[in-house]
Design a binder for this molecule. Structure first.
Ligand SMILES: *[C@@H]1O[C@H](CO)[C@@H](O)[C@H](O)[C@H]1NC(C)=O
Ligand SMILES: *[C@@H]1O[C@H](CO)[C@@H](O)[C@H](O)[C@H]1NC(C)=O
Ligand SMILES: *[C@@H]1O[C@H](CO)[C@@H](O)[C@H](O)[C@H]1NC(C)=O
Ligand SMILES: *[C@@H]1O[C@H](CO)[C@@H](O)[C@H](O)[C@H]1NC(C)=O
Length: 486
C-alpha cells in the first residue's frame, strides 16, 4: 500500500452502498482540501526505519480509540503509522512526522480486514478529538449491543473531517446539532441506526456534501430545505418524515440518486424536480404522495429507474406523455397507485426498458402491441388491472419470461393462437387467460385443460406466493439494476 487514499474503503463505499450509481466514481475524489500534509504516494514508507515517526499525541489517541473498541492489542505496536493495519491511514508532513488521516472499524467484507469491534462494550473514545488531521472516520456494526447516542464531540473534528460513516451501529437518540460544524463533510452515512428527532437545522452548513445517507432510522419532521450544489446521493428511505418534498430540491442539480421511499411524505411531487437533469434513480415508493405525476419528470433524460409504487396518485399516463423522452429508462415501477385509463402505446418505444410494473391499478384497454418490441424486457407485471384484448406476445416471449410476466386478474385478456400454439404456455394457463375467439377456434387442440376450474385454482395458488415475495420486490429491482450495470 503505497497510496494514502484509503482506496479499498472508497471502492467498497461505492460498490456496497450506492450500487445504483456504480459508474459515477467521482463521488469521493479526495482533492482540493488545503492541507499541510504531503499529498502524494509515499515510496519506501514502512521500510524506512530511520525516517518519519508518528506524532506522539496522535499515537496515544489511537491507542485510546483502539482500546475503546476492544482492540487493546494495538498498544503493543511501537509506531502505529509504520506498523500499519488495515483501517488506519497516515500521511507525513514536510518534517517527516506522520499524522493519522483515516480510521476504520468493522468487518465490512471478507476482503477488508478493518479491526472489528467488541459490539457489547465498544464506544467512541473522546480521544478522537486529538486527531486534528482526521479526514475519514468509519465505524460499521460497532456498538450494536451497547446502544449509545452519536457523541457530540465529533463536531470538534471541524472542517478537517470529510467522511463520517456510522453505519448499522445501533446508535440511538437524535443526530447531534454539532455535526453541522463538520463543514467540509463530503460523505455522511448514518444508515440503519435507531436515530430519532429531526434533521438538525445546522446541516444547512454542510454545503460540500456529496452523499447523505440517513436511511433506515426513525427520523421525524420535514425534509429541510436543501441547497447543495454538489450533492449526488440523497437517501432518506425508511424513516418517519412527514410534510411534502421541498421544492428546494431543485437546488441540488448534481443529484444522481434520490431515495425518499417508505416515509409519510404527502402532497404532490414538486415541478422543480425537472431541474435535476442528472438524476439516475428516483424512488419515492410507499409514501402518500398525490398525483398527477408531474410532466417535469419528462425532463430527466438521464433517468434509469423511476419507482413511485404505493402512492395513491389516481393519475393517468396519457396526459403529457412525460415518459416519452426518458430514453435511458430501464426500470419503471408504478404499481398500486390507482392509475387508470389506457397504457400508452409509446411506453413500448422506450428502448432501454427492462422492468415494467404497472400491476394493481385500474388500467383498461389493451396491452400495447409495442411491448413486443422491447427486446430487453425481463420483467412485466400487469396483473390486477382491467385490461382486455389480445396478449401481444409471441409464444417465445411468454416462454422466456415465464413467471416474470404476470398478467393474472385481468378478466378481459385472451391469447391469439396465431402467435404460436403449444401445450406448454403454462404462465398463460395459470393466469386464467384463454384463447381468443376466432373463426378457426375448432383447430385448437388444448381447450379442455384451459377450463375455468383448473385455471382459477392455479391463479390463487400463484397469488399467494406472489404476496409472500412482495416485500422483497424493491430489492429485486435494485438487484436487477445492479446486474445490468455490472
Ligand atoms: C459546534 O456547534 C455547536 C452547535 O451547533 C456550537 O454551539 C459550537 O459553538 C460549535 N463549535 C465549534 C468549535 O465550532
Ligand atoms: C428518542 O428516543 C429516546 C429513547 O431511545 C426517547 O427517550 C426520546 O424522547 C426520543 N426523542 C424524540 C425526539 O423522539
Ligand atoms: C376505460 O375506463 C374509462 C373510465 O375510467 C372509460 O371511460 C373508458 O371507456 C374505458 N376504456 C376502455 C377501452 O374500456
Ligand atoms: C383483481 O384486481 C383488482 C384491481 O384491479 C382488485 O381490486 C381485486 O381485488 C383483484 N381480484 C383478486 C381476486 O385478487
Amino acid at each position: 500500500m503505497m497510496f494514502f487514499f484509503s482506496f479499498p474503503t472508497l471502492v467498497i463505499v461505492l460498490v456496497v452502498w450506492v450500487p445504483i450509481v456504480l459508474p459515477f466514481t467521482i463521488i469521493l475524489s479526495d482533492s482540493g482540501s488545503p492541507s499541510a500534509l504531503v499529498d502524494a504516494p509515499q515510496t519506501g514508507f514502512s521500510m524506512n526505519k530511520n525516517g518519519a515517526r508518528t506524532n506522539p499525541q496522535e499515537q496515544a489517541a489511537v491507542f485510546e480509540i483502539m482500546k475503546a473498541t476492544g482492540n487493546g492489542w494495538a498498544t503493543d505496536i511501537p509506531d502505529v503509522c509504520r506498523g500499519r493495519w488495515h483501517g488506519i491511514e497516515c500521511m507525513p508532513d514536510k518534517d517527516e512526522v506522520f499524522h493519522v488521516v483515516s480510521l476504520s472499524f468493522g468487518a465490512l467484507s471478507d476482503d477488508t480486514a478493518f479491526p472489528t469491534c467488541d459490539q457489547k462494550h465498544s464506544f467512541i473514545s473522546p480521544a478522537i478529538t486529538k486527531l486534528p488531521h482526521l479526514r475519514t472516520l468509519f465505524f460499521y456494526r460497532c456498538f450494536s449491543y451497547n446502544p449509545q447516542p452519536i457523541p457530540t464531540f465529533l463536531g470538534q473534528l471541524g472542517p478537517t473531517l470529510q467522511t463520517l460513516v456510522l453505519r448499522e451501529n445501533g446508535h440511538v437518540g437524535p443526530i447531534p446539532t454539532e455535526l453541522g460544524n463538520l463543514t467540509s463533510l463530503r460523505v455522511l452515512d448514518l444508515h440503519k441506526n435507531k436515530l430519532n428527532g429531526s434533521i438538525p437545522a445546522s446541516f444547512r452548513r454542510l454545503t460540500h456534501l456529496r452523499s447523505m445517507d440517513l436511511s433506515v432510522n426513525r427520523l421525524t419532521g420535514q425534509i429541510p430545505d436543501l441547497n447543495n450544489p454538489v450533492l449526488s446521493i440523497l437517501d432518506l428511505n425508511q424513516n418517519l418524515f412527514t410534510g411534502s418534498i421541498p421544492p428546494s430540491i431543485g437546488n441540488c442539480p448534481s443529484l444522481l440518486k434520490m431515495d425518499l421511499s417508505r416515509n409519510h411524505l404527502s402532497g404532490p411531487i414538486p415541478e422543480q424536480i425537472g431541474n435535476l437533469r442528472n438524476l439516475v434513480l428516483i424512488d419515492f415508493s410507499y409514501n402518500q404522495l398525490l398525483g398527477p405525476i408531474p410532466n417535469a419528470l419528462g425532463k430527466l433524460g438521464a433517468l434509469q429507474a423511476l419507482i413511485l409504487k404505493g402512492n395513491p396518485m389516481e393519475s393517468t399516463l396519457v396526459v403529457g406523455n412525460w415518459f416519452e423522452r426518458l430514453k435511458d429508462l430501464m426500470i419503471l415501477v408504478l404499481s398500486d397507485m390507482s392509475l387508470y385509463g389506457p397504457i400508452p402505446e409509446s411506453l413500448g418505444l422506450l428502448p432501454s426498458l427492462r422492468v415494467i410494473h404497472l400491476d394493481r391499478n385500474k388500467f383498461n384497454g389493451s396491452i400495447p402491441a409495442s411491448f413486443q418490441e422491447l427486446k430487453g424486457l425481463s420483467e412485466l407485471r400487469l396483473n390486477d388491472n382491467q385490461l382486455t384484448g389480445r396478449v401481444p406476445f409471441i409464444r417465445e416471449t411468454i416462454w422466456k419470461m415465464g413467471q416474470k410476466m404476470r398478467l393474472y386478474n385481468n378478466t378481459g385478456l385472451c391469447y391469439d393462437p396465431q402467435n404460436g400454439l403449444d401445450d406448454d404456455i403454462d404462465s398463460l394457463v395459470i393466469s386464467g387467460i384463454s384463447y381468443c375467439e376466432t373463426s378457426r377456434s375448432t383447430s385448437i387442440p388444448t381447450t379442455q385443460h384451459l377450463s375455468d376450474n383448473s385455471g382459477h385454482k392455479s391463479i390463487f395458488e400463484w397469488r399467494s406466493s406472489a404476496q409472500i415475495c412482495g416485500s422483497s420486490i424493491g430489492l429485486q429491482v435494485l438487484v436487477s439494476l445492479l446486474m445490468y450495470l455490472i
